[in-house]
Design a protein around this ligand. Sequence first.
Ligand code: ACM
Ligand code: ZN
Length: 743
Amino acid sequence: MSQGNKAAAKAALVPLPVSATYNSDHFQLTPNTLLLADPSNEGAASLLQEYIQQQTKKTLRLTTQPGSNRIILHTDTILVKQPEEYLLHINKEQVTITAYNATGIVRGIATLQQLWQQQNATTLVLPGAVIHDYPRFGYRGMHLDVSRHFFSVDFIKQFIDQLARYKINNFHWHLTDDQAWRIEIKKYPKLQSVAAWRDQTLIGHKKELPHVFDGKKYGGYYTTEEVKAVIAYATARHITVIPEIEMPGHALAALNAYPELGCTKGPYKTAQFWGVFDDVFCAGNDSTFTFLQDVLDEVIQLFPSTYIHIGGDECPKVRWAHCPACQLRMKQEHLADEHALQSYFIKRISEYVHSKGRKIIGWDEILEGGLAPGATVMSWRGVDGAIAAAKQQHHVIMTPEDELYFDHYQSLYPEEKIAAGGYTPLEEVYHYDPLHAAGDTALLPYISGMQGEVWSEYLDTEQQAQYMIYPRLLAVAERAWSPQTVRDYADFRSRLKAQQPLLRAQHIAAAYNFDEINYSIDSLAKGQLYIALHSTDTTAVIRYTTNGSMPGAHSAVYKHPVRLTKSSTLKAALYQQQQPVQRLFHQSFSINKATGATITLKEAPNTKCNGDASLLVNGIAGSKRYNDQQWLGFSKRDLEAVIDLGSEQSIQQVGANCLNYHWQKMWPPTSLEFWISVDGVHFTSLATATDFPVNGINVIRLPVKPVKARYVKVVARNKGVIPEGEYGAGGNSQLLIDEIIID
Ligand code: ACM
Ligand code: ZN
């Protein structure tokens, strides 16, 4: 390997250190390399020995002997000022990691691991370097939901290996939920024999009907011994494991085992699909608290973490509202409503956890009805919870779903396996900044850090979990560790490329499609579209066709936005050295009389599906994953749009697409109406649709007797409140409309 190649690899650290300079020296590990460690660093030394053993099959001798060719692990609280900070010097003779404490040594070892250039089975080479490094945030986390799908201890350990490699110092282990209870609790054996299992599991996405189940019993749990092994494994890597025991909601599995803990006393069933369920722990019954305190006793005994996560999210109040015990509790405790009862619940548990010398973390719903003293908040529903908690001087960990939920799609390509929803590509994760999100600088001291979330509803294999976790985990690692000024996606991407062999060597099925072609509308005008194609791989060329044929080595090379004046499918392929790489890009565009016309909305969309009115006439139909920023969503209001065709036009068909997914609270309009006018003031009815039979996209096309008009008004009437018996009954439905068609 040439020095030039080594130099290129030098810069490939993730997360990027605070400062690093490299020189032409190199340190070569030999069979005689010695390892010197202060007594306090012997644990770190074993970790290094373990890594070297894995890489080279050779054991590095721990010694106190002086000599050249050695690795020194050294604590110095004068030179190095803070936990996790380290100095790394590499020259021909020796490698020295100097740190404030053993944690800093371990972080330095993680850097060494990445710098190793393996030449053959026995030789490791490090570039000459001086690195000074410390974290931006004290809390850098990754969460893993093992309830919806169960992951083996080996998988968990491999996950922890990556946390260590990328300097993430907290593993948030989501152990209980509606779909299973996964931690052995000796005092409650039915948590193992009953609550760890479900009779069957939903196949496909919850939004699709009819629901189909696999008929297979599914489950498992971690024994106390396994939990201890995981904690020991993480602790050796200076990673804290934070257990999450969900309450008062997301409790169906526990209620299945112990139905007396619910308001109705059951019977209950461990959930077989995903969502929010009305049956929760009864807040009026003291035996609920006895049970949870017993559980927490065992959890606290096992987990050394300061923080115990008690969930607190998504707890419906309907059972409490009709439960005599809960109502009596509210009366006795002078609680104004069921939100105050939730707060009572969390505070009571929090006090118990405090009495054991620990503290609670909860999702941002624990703000409802007032925060428990000392509670840390994980702000998942955006930033509002974070701001509210920080204003009350509570610590906050940023876990926003839009930017840091890895159950979201990372690509819009239809080939992606089913995911929960959303769209959070690598680049978006990379650009997330927790402090910027918090806004007000006075609140910044309360932002402890950030965390990526891995909800496992649709992660039915360990491979699929890896695909969703990596490489987004690396983006979280860099944002959480590296200085705020480090924010260069192109540079990150090139370092990520250098990490790929490391991930592959560990058989991690990461997603490597972050460079694939995406598109945007460069400009939209009456009857024509200019489509821009992009890839973050700037060394590749894009070849494309617009006639539906497969792009090949001789297809047109993309240079500037592609002009489309009739309905077409754009196909494009990324080429590197004459070879196609990545998946084929394809997108249809439908150009009709409405395309690019002037459109005005009476009221703006007011859901997460929002954007400019022109999205309705941009030639692009929203997908059934509705994560492509094409749909406009309306809650508690109708859609009313007026399209100005510019001049009187002959019209023989009108239409629009409406989404119908009751299981996502998305309801089609009660009526979809088309009105026409020649003056934009007086409208007459042209056509109306009231039937939307498809669960999914209803493509409504209404042929009409040819008429002339300049203005077309489209009205889609909102269903309003979701009816009884339906998912989300009593809440507001969302009306989603995309492309309006006028022919
Ligand atoms: C959550 O996503 N329910 C915390
Ligand atoms: Zn109750």
